[in-house]
Design a protein around this ligand. Sequence first.
Ligand code: FES
Length: 231
Amino acid sequence: MAMGLFAFILYATWATFQNSHYYAAPYLSPFYSPCVSANCTYQTAPLVGSWWKVSPALAVVWIPLGFRTSCYYFRRVYYRSFWLSPPACAVADARPRYSGESRLPLILNNVHRYFFYLAFALAIVDSWDAVAAFDFSGHFGIGLGSLIMLTDAVLLWSYTLGCHSCRHLVGGRLKLLSAHRIRYRLWKGSSVLNRHHGLFGWTSLGWVGFTDLYVRLVSTGVITDPRWVLH
Ligand code: FES
């Protein structure tokens, strides 16, 4: 798991700072979405002016970064694999003193629910990108990239809606949850996804990197996107 995380961090950092080849019409890399600065190759919304000179990915990448690093599942992964606190169940911590999440820096992980709100908005944008991936200059079409973008959106929703904060949001603070039928159903749906939260965490993480790589390879002309377009 440490190797998996390390490999992703390396690739994501490299891709974030590339500031090129993140768009191959109609596909926008999820690392750069929403593209909000004036220096975007393909702008989703003009929110940041021309004063932004660095990579557009830096304007948004902190949202998924904060969401994933404060995720309850990924906390377990990196506490065990990087911090060795604890290395495993019933195995003593590598450090003699451990203050848990009651002090800095780990207390910052309590912001998770706020990152959930932002990540939810990001998932909506990601879905919009997936829909736009079927629009080939005003004509409906299906490319391999369209299917990759669609899978990326589905995995991201599966991960986001299974979040513990999402479960609490829809089903928490009630004395009798089953008396609230809609919230009860939403909670049950979220709980189904939550049971596989780790699986969706890893698959969505890997797929977002793969989607960026695919867009990059199409944009640089290394591969050609096979597509069928309705004229
Ligand atoms: S607990 Fe994993 S995303 Fe919220």
